[in-house]
Design a binder for this molecule. Structure first.
Ligand code: SAM
Length: 212
Protein backbone atom coordinates (compact mmCIF):
# COMPACT_ATOMS: atom_id res chain seq x y z
CA UNK A 1 0.00 0.00 0.00
CA UNK A 2 1.26 3.49 -0.73
CA UNK A 3 0.44 6.34 1.63
CA UNK A 4 0.75 9.90 0.32
CA UNK A 5 0.69 12.86 2.69
CA UNK A 6 -0.60 16.37 1.84
CA UNK A 7 2.88 17.39 0.67
CA UNK A 8 3.08 14.49 -1.78
CA UNK A 9 5.54 12.45 0.30
CA UNK A 10 5.00 8.76 -0.28
CA UNK A 11 5.54 5.75 1.96
CA UNK A 12 5.09 2.13 0.93
CA UNK A 13 4.05 -0.40 3.54
CA UNK A 14 2.99 -4.03 3.56
CA UNK A 15 -0.21 -4.31 5.56
CA UNK A 16 -0.18 -6.68 8.51
CA UNK A 17 -3.00 -7.12 11.01
CA UNK A 18 -2.20 -5.45 14.34
CA UNK A 19 0.83 -3.53 12.99
CA UNK A 20 1.33 0.22 13.00
CA UNK A 21 3.03 2.63 10.65
CA UNK A 22 5.06 5.32 12.40
CA UNK A 23 6.49 8.58 11.10
CA UNK A 24 7.43 11.79 12.88
CA UNK A 25 3.85 12.74 12.00
CA UNK A 26 2.38 10.12 14.28
CA UNK A 27 1.15 6.58 13.93
CA UNK A 28 -1.41 4.81 11.78
CA UNK A 29 -2.91 1.44 12.50
CA UNK A 30 -2.70 -1.01 9.59
CA UNK A 31 -6.09 -2.31 10.72
CA UNK A 32 -7.63 1.01 9.64
CA UNK A 33 -6.49 0.22 6.09
CA UNK A 34 -7.06 -3.52 5.82
CA UNK A 35 -10.26 -4.04 3.89
CA UNK A 36 -10.70 -0.32 3.19
CA UNK A 37 -11.30 0.67 -0.45
CA UNK A 38 -8.46 2.06 -2.51
CA UNK A 39 -8.32 5.81 -2.31
CA UNK A 40 -9.36 5.86 1.35
CA UNK A 41 -8.11 8.77 3.42
CA UNK A 42 -6.76 7.77 6.81
CA UNK A 43 -5.70 10.03 9.66
CA UNK A 44 -2.57 9.53 11.78
CA UNK A 45 -2.53 10.25 15.50
CA UNK A 46 -0.99 13.67 14.70
CA UNK A 47 -3.97 14.57 12.53
CA UNK A 48 -2.00 14.24 9.26
CA UNK A 49 -4.10 12.69 6.56
CA UNK A 50 -2.84 10.16 4.05
CA UNK A 51 -4.46 8.90 0.89
CA UNK A 52 -4.00 5.15 0.54
CA UNK A 53 -3.54 3.58 -2.90
CA UNK A 54 -1.83 0.53 -4.30
CA UNK A 55 1.59 1.65 -5.58
CA UNK A 56 1.93 2.03 -9.32
CA UNK A 57 4.64 -0.18 -10.76
CA UNK A 58 6.63 3.01 -11.36
CA UNK A 59 6.40 3.86 -7.65
CA UNK A 60 7.17 0.30 -6.62
CA UNK A 61 10.36 0.12 -8.67
CA UNK A 62 11.58 3.46 -7.38
CA UNK A 63 11.03 2.45 -3.74
CA UNK A 64 12.13 -1.19 -3.82
CA UNK A 65 15.43 -2.53 -2.52
CA UNK A 66 18.29 -2.06 -4.96
CA UNK A 67 21.37 -4.02 -5.79
CA UNK A 68 22.31 -2.77 -9.22
CA UNK A 69 20.95 0.56 -10.35
CA UNK A 70 17.51 0.17 -11.89
CA UNK A 71 16.03 0.95 -15.27
CA UNK A 72 13.90 4.00 -14.47
CA UNK A 73 10.22 4.06 -15.39
CA UNK A 74 10.66 6.57 -18.22
CA UNK A 75 13.28 4.29 -19.80
CA UNK A 76 11.27 1.13 -19.14
CA UNK A 77 8.36 2.72 -21.00
CA UNK A 78 10.61 3.43 -23.99
CA UNK A 79 12.03 -0.09 -23.91
CA UNK A 80 8.57 -1.65 -23.87
CA UNK A 81 7.52 0.58 -26.75
CA UNK A 82 10.57 0.31 -29.00
CA UNK A 83 11.16 -3.39 -28.35
CA UNK A 84 7.45 -3.84 -29.13
CA UNK A 85 6.87 -6.03 -26.09
CA UNK A 86 3.35 -7.42 -26.27
CA UNK A 87 1.21 -9.91 -24.33
CA UNK A 88 2.49 -13.38 -25.18
CA UNK A 89 5.98 -12.24 -26.28
CA UNK A 90 9.06 -14.20 -25.28
CA UNK A 91 11.78 -11.87 -24.08
CA UNK A 92 15.40 -12.42 -23.19
CA UNK A 93 16.71 -9.90 -20.68
CA UNK A 94 20.43 -9.50 -20.10
CA UNK A 95 21.16 -8.17 -16.61
CA UNK A 96 18.19 -8.56 -14.27
CA UNK A 97 19.95 -6.24 -11.81
CA UNK A 98 17.37 -5.31 -9.19
CA UNK A 99 14.47 -6.67 -11.21
CA UNK A 100 12.81 -3.38 -12.14
CA UNK A 101 12.77 -3.97 -15.88
CA UNK A 102 11.95 -7.63 -15.23
CA UNK A 103 8.73 -6.47 -13.52
CA UNK A 104 7.79 -4.28 -16.48
CA UNK A 105 8.56 -7.06 -18.95
CA UNK A 106 6.72 -9.71 -16.97
CA UNK A 107 3.65 -7.55 -16.67
CA UNK A 108 3.74 -6.63 -20.36
CA UNK A 109 4.12 -10.19 -21.69
CA UNK A 110 1.71 -11.70 -19.14
CA UNK A 111 1.21 -15.39 -18.39
CA UNK A 112 1.02 -16.31 -22.09
CA UNK A 113 4.51 -14.95 -22.63
CA UNK A 114 7.87 -15.76 -21.13
CA UNK A 115 10.75 -13.72 -19.79
CA UNK A 116 14.19 -15.21 -19.27
CA UNK A 117 16.42 -12.87 -17.30
CA UNK A 118 20.13 -13.48 -16.94
CA UNK A 119 22.03 -11.94 -14.06
CA UNK A 120 25.77 -12.40 -13.68
CA UNK A 121 25.85 -11.66 -9.95
CA UNK A 122 24.18 -14.05 -7.55
CA UNK A 123 23.59 -11.34 -4.94
CA UNK A 124 21.81 -9.11 -7.46
CA UNK A 125 19.80 -12.05 -8.79
CA UNK A 126 18.52 -12.71 -5.27
CA UNK A 127 17.43 -9.08 -4.90
CA UNK A 128 15.73 -9.20 -8.30
CA UNK A 129 13.90 -12.40 -7.37
CA UNK A 130 12.69 -10.93 -4.09
CA UNK A 131 11.53 -7.68 -5.72
CA UNK A 132 9.65 -9.52 -8.44
CA UNK A 133 8.10 -11.86 -5.88
CA UNK A 134 6.99 -8.90 -3.79
CA UNK A 135 5.41 -7.11 -6.73
CA UNK A 136 3.52 -10.10 -8.12
CA UNK A 137 2.80 -11.75 -4.74
CA UNK A 138 4.72 -14.83 -5.95
CA UNK A 139 7.41 -15.51 -8.52
CA UNK A 140 5.52 -15.52 -11.85
CA UNK A 141 5.44 -18.90 -13.56
CA UNK A 142 6.37 -17.20 -16.85
CA UNK A 143 9.70 -15.93 -15.51
CA UNK A 144 12.98 -17.74 -15.49
CA UNK A 145 15.86 -16.07 -13.70
CA UNK A 146 19.22 -17.51 -14.64
CA UNK A 147 22.13 -16.64 -12.38
CA UNK A 148 24.89 -16.60 -14.94
CA UNK A 149 26.43 -14.19 -17.39
CA UNK A 150 24.79 -14.15 -20.78
CA UNK A 151 27.35 -14.16 -23.52
CA UNK A 152 27.14 -11.56 -26.24
CA UNK A 153 27.45 -14.37 -28.74
CA UNK A 154 24.42 -16.11 -27.32
CA UNK A 155 22.39 -12.95 -27.23
CA UNK A 156 23.30 -11.43 -30.53
CA UNK A 157 24.43 -14.04 -33.04
CA UNK A 158 21.48 -14.46 -35.41
CA UNK A 159 22.88 -17.74 -36.73
CA UNK A 160 21.94 -19.40 -33.43
CA UNK A 161 18.30 -18.43 -33.65
CA UNK A 162 16.52 -21.30 -35.22
CA UNK A 163 13.08 -22.50 -34.34
CA UNK A 164 14.08 -26.11 -34.44
CA UNK A 165 17.07 -25.71 -32.21
CA UNK A 166 15.01 -23.78 -29.74
CA UNK A 167 12.21 -26.29 -29.54
CA UNK A 168 14.66 -29.16 -29.18
CA UNK A 169 17.06 -27.62 -26.79
CA UNK A 170 15.33 -24.88 -24.85
CA UNK A 171 15.18 -26.60 -21.49
CA UNK A 172 18.45 -28.44 -21.81
CA UNK A 173 20.24 -25.31 -22.77
CA UNK A 174 18.87 -23.20 -19.98
CA UNK A 175 19.29 -25.91 -17.38
CA UNK A 176 22.86 -26.28 -18.39
CA UNK A 177 23.36 -22.62 -17.70
CA UNK A 178 21.73 -22.85 -14.30
CA UNK A 179 24.01 -25.74 -13.48
CA UNK A 180 26.88 -23.45 -14.15
CA UNK A 181 25.77 -20.84 -11.64
CA UNK A 182 28.82 -18.78 -10.76
CA UNK A 183 29.53 -18.18 -7.12
CA UNK A 184 32.19 -15.89 -5.76
CA UNK A 185 33.98 -14.26 -7.53
CA UNK A 186 31.69 -13.51 -10.44
CA UNK A 187 33.39 -14.60 -13.63
CA UNK A 188 33.58 -12.19 -16.50
CA UNK A 189 31.06 -12.93 -19.24
CA UNK A 190 32.59 -15.33 -21.73
CA UNK A 191 31.86 -15.85 -25.35
CA UNK A 192 31.57 -19.60 -25.43
CA UNK A 193 30.52 -21.14 -22.14
CA UNK A 194 26.85 -20.40 -22.60
CA UNK A 195 26.66 -21.02 -26.31
CA UNK A 196 23.67 -23.41 -26.16
CA UNK A 197 21.50 -20.64 -24.80
CA UNK A 198 21.85 -19.04 -28.19
CA UNK A 199 19.51 -21.65 -29.59
CA UNK A 200 16.71 -19.31 -28.95
CA UNK A 201 14.40 -18.15 -31.64
CA UNK A 202 12.38 -14.98 -31.52
CA UNK A 203 13.87 -13.66 -28.35
CA UNK A 204 14.31 -9.97 -28.27
CA UNK A 205 17.40 -8.53 -26.67
CA UNK A 206 16.08 -5.87 -24.39
CA UNK A 207 18.91 -4.89 -22.13
CA UNK A 208 22.60 -5.64 -22.36
CA UNK A 209 24.63 -3.64 -19.96
CA UNK A 210 28.16 -4.67 -19.11
CA UNK A 211 29.05 -1.49 -17.32
CA UNK A 212 28.18 -2.57 -13.76
C1 SAM B 1 22.03 -1.54 -14.94
S1 SAM B 1 21.91 -3.10 -14.18
C2 SAM B 1 20.35 -3.69 -14.81
C3 SAM B 1 19.17 -3.10 -14.10
C4 SAM B 1 17.92 -3.90 -14.25
N1 SAM B 1 17.53 -4.03 -15.63
C5 SAM B 1 16.80 -3.26 -13.42
O1 SAM B 1 15.95 -2.57 -14.00
O2 SAM B 1 16.80 -3.43 -12.18
C6 SAM B 1 23.02 -4.10 -15.14
C7 SAM B 1 23.11 -5.53 -14.62
O3 SAM B 1 23.64 -6.34 -15.65
C8 SAM B 1 24.42 -7.36 -15.05
N2 SAM B 1 25.27 -7.88 -16.13
C9 SAM B 1 26.30 -7.28 -16.74
N3 SAM B 1 26.78 -8.07 -17.74
C10 SAM B 1 26.02 -9.18 -17.75
C11 SAM B 1 25.99 -10.36 -18.55
N4 SAM B 1 26.83 -10.54 -19.53
N5 SAM B 1 25.06 -11.30 -18.27
C12 SAM B 1 24.19 -11.14 -17.26
N6 SAM B 1 24.17 -10.04 -16.48
C13 SAM B 1 25.06 -9.07 -16.71
C14 SAM B 1 25.12 -6.65 -13.91
O4 SAM B 1 25.56 -7.54 -12.90
C15 SAM B 1 24.01 -5.70 -13.42
O5 SAM B 1 23.28 -6.29 -12.39
Amino acid sequence: MQLTDPKGRMHQIVLQPGASFHTHRGALSHDDLIGAPEGSVVTATSGTQYVALRPLLADFTLAMKRGATIVYPKDAAQILAYADVFPGARVLEAGAGSGALSCWLLRAVGPDGEVVSFEARADFAEIARENVRKYFGEVPSWWRLVTAPLSARAALDPSFRTDRAYSLRKDAALDRVEDAVPTDPVPAPTADVFGPVANVKDWELVSADNRS
